[in-house]
Design a protein around this ligand. Structure first.
Ligand SMILES: NC(=O)C1=CN([C@@H]2O[C@H](COP(=O)(O)OP(=O)(O)OC[C@H]3O[C@@H](n4cnc5c(N)ncnc54)[C@H](OP(=O)(O)O)[C@@H]3O)[C@@H](O)[C@H]2O)C=CC1
Ligand SMILES: O=C(O)C1=N[C@H](C(=O)O)C[C@H](O)C1
Length: 271
């Protein structure tokens, strides 16, 4: 069987370099193309050398359109604007995508959903097995504890992260709100300051920490009078996300169209 050819967008970034490493380690996949932002000093560099895995004979280019014949699945962990531009190219060329970019607005998420009618897409704010298991546990905890608890979602990330709350925290909020039949838009409270008044039971609070080199930590409190349940996940290496994305790329390569998430890839929807 021939290898699935992977393109990595933003191959010079924190996730991009880790993704190149993960692709190089994976069986049945090989790197076919790698891109970076126009004007980047990294253009022309070998993606493997940049990622510390040795020469892969794939140089970073600025325009995905120039390398469309060199890949089957694009893995994109970049920015919302870049991801949307790549989505259009992949849709037109019948390529699959694995999208890890966070911070997309409603219109951008709708564009991904529309493209999923014509192409295979895995789109998830967190590709780690542990976080996806936590999403399942959160659904159970919310259903069991329901309106007897106050729910707060606390997340911490490195100082370079540009979006808040994290995509993972927002997904956690969506899962909990759906389990409790609440509308997240109505009940979400983002940070608190000043004379806020007492919290309402329905509120789902989000607190954000940005500091140092924290890879990614999420903790959800279900707090009652007399006891508290905490469901927490701590990522200590970006490789956990990259291995998930590579697994998703192998999975989506066999699917012509549809928008999926990591719960689909990991078979967690059956639980
Ligand atoms: N789903 C998941 O499991 C995870 C998701 N993420 C998300 O992935 C995204 C990237 O995170 P991270 O790697 O830390 O960020 P970085 O800023 O380190 O990486 C993004 C890279 O994309 C590059 N880039 C920007 N525009 C383009 C373009 N048009 N074409 C090609 N490359 C481009 C950037 O270049 P330049 O620096 O020159 O702008 C940069 O190198 C974020 O949205 C983050 O939240 C992160 C970890 C896990
Ligand atoms: O930007 C990051 O680093 C991360 N972003 C994702 C998010 O926004 O949820 C996932 C992970 O926690 C790391």
């Amino acid at each position: 069987m021939t290898d699935i050819r992977i393109a990595v967008a933003g191959a010079g970034g924190r996730m991009g370099r880790t993704l190149v490493q993960a692709v190089a380690e994976a069986d049945g996949l090989r790197l076919g193309a790698a891109t970076e932002q126009a004007g980047s000093s990294l253009l022309g560099t070998d993606a493997g050398e940049l990622a510390g895995v040795g020469r892969l004979e794939v140089v970073l280019v600025s325009d995905l359109a120039d390398v469309m014949d060199d890949f089957d699945v694009l893995i994109d962990f970049t920015t919302p604007t870049a991801t949307l531009a790549h989505l259009e190219l992949c849709r037109a060329a019948g390529k699959r995508m694995v999208i890890g970019t966070t911070g997309l607005d409603e219109r951008q998420r709708a564009a991904i959903a529309a493209a999923g009618e014509q192409m295979g897409i895995v789109f998830a704010p967190n590709m780690s097995v542990g976080v996806n298991l936590c999403l399942k546990l959160l659904d159970i905890a919310a259903r069991v504890l329901g309106d007897d608890v106050d729910i707060e979602i606390i997340e911490a990330h490195h100082r370079h992260k540009v979006d808040a709350p994290s995509g993972t925290a927002l997904r956690m909020g969506e899962v909990i709100a759906a389990a409790l039949d609440r509308d997240l838009k109505e009940v979400a409270v983002y940070g608190r300051e000043g004379h806020t008044g007492a919290r309402s039971r329905e509120a789902i609070g989000f607190e954000t920490i940005r500091a140092g080199d924290v890879v990614g930590e999420h903790s959800v409190w279900f707090a009652a009078e007399g006891e508290r349940v905490e469901i927490a996940h701590k990522a200590s290496s970006r490789m956990t996300f990259a291995r998930g994305a590579v697994r998703a790329a192998g999975w989506i390569a066999a699917r012509d169209k549809g928008q999926f998430d990591m719960q689909d890839v990991l078979g967690l929807k059956a639980f």
